[in-house]
Design a protein around this ligand. Structure first.
Ligand code: MTE
Ligand code: MO
Length: 429
């Protein structure tokens, strides 16, 4: 059992335990099993084993026992406001977010678009302005990629002076990951032709606020996509049906939903969101503007606040890591508030600009512990500690301001404290 020795403080075990037998070995190590003893005739016939089951629905929904696995809504009573639906990371596993649980931010509700009537125009500084129907777009060669979308305001509660007691869903639920399929924007720009004067393109949605954002032409020609499908089916209404701009790794707000216009221009439009919400003032007095990347980040989902540890012994610590800069190269996990670290196993495949699931075996001794994760990406960036990011970006004013997000783009470390009773809380360590 020597490969199951602790490799860091407070009982973190070698990630290679997963390759060499995983939970069974870990359980053996402490002389107990996570399962109960089986008698000679252990299985009873319950009602579902004695009669035919229910009819297969035309469109499936999860089991009635999974009713609590839902997004949390910021306007549960339908209040007219910017609506947020947050992903329940603590109740999910793997790396794809199911479509019904993908986070949503809609500033004036979800546009209810008739796909027959919807049009996308590409115009401005192009050689040949073009108007696309959905049918026309669907005939272009398709590309697929797994990528996350994250709101620039995700994790903003961690800019507060005191740790806010809330679930990983409330703190980090404005990020999700899906396989998106659609048409490469570069292919469409090839067709319209690009005037050499064009440096930006203004993307506009068909919803009531006509949300618009300026996108550098270089990104549009790199990996931008007009997404039509989400995890294999057409986009969800809340995620931009029938088409959205997808800018892998870039600030959620720029991924314009219900996309109807791409106008090529010489200079950014200074639209509402790029000059107000996503231009917070830094401690040095400068505006934090046109900062597009969602940088390397990770957080632990299991365990996390709301999930109790029932007894000392073996647990798997797992979470999500991602970077707008490319692949995740390494995740380190601490159980002693950052004094010592163990390297986590990364679940394959590790994809660029997509969620990566990490796992570490842990033998909890029943004492207090502080769990943290820290990620690295292939471009060599390391996730900052909370102290590091606060030093550069500042923290929320003592008196809360009216704006929803005290600041943007928090990618620092998250710390969960485990009490000896097994309760998980949010702390700054
Ligand atoms: N047209 C339009 N596009 C939009 C929005 C919107 O309200 N209208 N919300 C933006 C914001 S703030 C974010 S974070 C992302 C969220 O994408 P999702 O709702 O598909 O998760 O969409 C962006 N695109
Ligand atoms: Mo956002």
């Amino acid at each position: 059992m020597k490969n199951l020795e602790a490799v860091a403080g407070n009982g973190l075990l070698d990630r290679r335990a997963f390759l060499r037998g995983g939970a069974a070995l870990a359980a053996a190590m402490t002389g107990y099993t996570l399962a109960g003893p089986a008698s000679a005739e252990p299985l009873a016939d319950d009602p579902w084993s004695r009669a035919p089951g229910t009819n297969v629905p035309a469109y499936g929904v999860p089991s009635r026992f999974e009713k609590s696995v839902v997004r949390t809504l910021s306007n549960p009573n339908g209040e007219p406001r910017t609506q947020h639906g947050r992903t329940p990371h603590h109740l999910l596993q793997g790396t794809y977010t199911p479509n019904g649980l993908h986070f949503v931010i809609s500033h004036a509700g979800d546009a209810d678009i008739d796909p027959e009537k919807h049009r996308l125009v590409i115009h401005g500084l192009v050689k040949r302005p073009l108007l696309f129907t959905l049918d026309a777009l669907a005939r272009y060669p398709m590309v697929s990629r797994m990528t996350f979308v994250e709101c620039g305001g995700n994790s903003a509660p961690l800019f507060s002076r005191e740790p806010i007691q809330a679930s990983v869903q409330a703190l980090h639920g404005l990020a999700s990951c899906a396989e998106w399929t659609g048409v490469a924007l570069s292919a469409l720009l090839e067709e319209t032709g690009v005037d050499p004067k064009a440096k930006w393109l203004v993307a506009e949605g068909a919803d009531a606020p006509a949300l618009s954002r300026s996108v550098p032409l270089a990104k549009a020609l790199d990996d931008a996509m007009i997404a039509l499908y989400q995890n294999g089916e057409r986009l969800m209404p809340g995620n931009g049906y029938p088409m959205r701009l997808l800018l892998p790794g870039w600030e959620g707000n720029m991924n314009v939903k219900w996309l109807r216009r791409l106008k090529l221009v010489e200079a950014p439009a200074m639209s509402y969101y790029e000059s107000r919400t996503y231009a917070p003032i830094l401690p040095n007095g400068k505006a934090y503007q046109f900062y597009f990347l969602q940088e390397v980040k990770s957080f632990i989902t299991h365990p996390s606040p709301g999930l109790m540890l029932k007894a000392p012994g073996f647990y798997e610590i797992s979470g999500i890591a991602y970077s707008g800069n490319g692949r995740i190269s390494k995740v380190m996990v601490s159980a002693d508030g950052g004094q010592s670290w163990a390297q986590a196993a990364l679940h394959e495949p590790v994809l660029s600009k997509a969620f990566t699931r990490f796992r570490v075996p842990w033998n909890w001794n029943g004492g207090p512990a502080v769990l943290q994760s820290r990620a690295w990406d292939e471009a060599g960036n390391v996730q900052p500690t909370r102290a590091q990011i606060i030093a550069v970006r500042g923290q929320a004013a003592k008196v809360p301001r009216v704006t929803a997000f005290p600041s943007q783009h928090y990618n620092g470390v998250t710390s969960w404290a485990i009490s000896s009773a097994g309760a998980v809380s949010h702390v700054y360590a």
